[in-house]
Design a protein around this ligand. Sequence first.
Ligand SMILES: [Zn+2]
Length: 297
Amino acid sequence: MRRLQALYRDDAAKVEVYLARYGLELTPQRIQECAALEGTKDPLLASSARCSVCGQEIPYWIVKSGTQRIEMNEFHIPCSAAGTQGHFSVNPIIYEVIVCAGCLFASALRSDFGAATPASREKGLELSGPAKQRFTEARESRAARLEGAAPEALFLRPRDLDSVIVAYEIACDTDVWKLEHNMPGARLRLGADHLRVYTLLKMRGDDERAPLVLEEAHADLQAAYADSEDPNVGAPAAYLALAVSIRTGRSSDAAQYYQILRKLDSETPEGPGTRGVLRWCKMAGELWTSWRAGELG
Ligand SMILES: [Zn+2]
């Protein structure tokens, strides 16, 4: 990271963009590409939260809304971002996952963390004594995952792509814990976080690991749909299972999930409580049409 700072003469914006795009591996072509970037306004907003496991205050950053033009992949995850109105480019996915520097607890859900100020009502994930102990004892296994990543990049700015991947992998451990404790929506969340790891691995150009993670996502999402009773979980699970089935070449699975979503669409009345469900159904129709038309990359 120091070499990069020296190369860009401490131009924080360029260092930030380079790390988020390419990680710590430097190549002359990429260095030149980022050197030519325009946009100097910082799109990040500093905030802080409190760890639900160890109680430590955690600084984190949010990409301000309206500062990026975001492109989503078929999993509805931002796969690229371009700064607008003079802001430099940062994909929000890079800063969405929060990691505690004390105990390495991580989650991509802000609601899993409490407020930094005790007066606020944000409680975070409410953990029993034994649950806290379980997370505390598992700190070492989380620390083992950090090998190869720059730990300070998990807690400070700028974040590099490799550290972010590790952070989401640790967040998947949190999802697994929630799943073991039958928390609602945990299986869907695990599938969605595996899709975030997949998206980041693709950004990283890691074509060896990416398909393996996609298989994990496939299993999670199939199970999330099969177990769902609430259409607010079932619809996104079926949509994502459809998208993964298409991506992994499982045509008959894809057809099956598409039919499920069509049926759900026809049976769901319009109203304020069903907007989310209908949106997933509509997206399924669009995805299906572009896949059949051969428009998916
Ligand atoms: Zn902590």
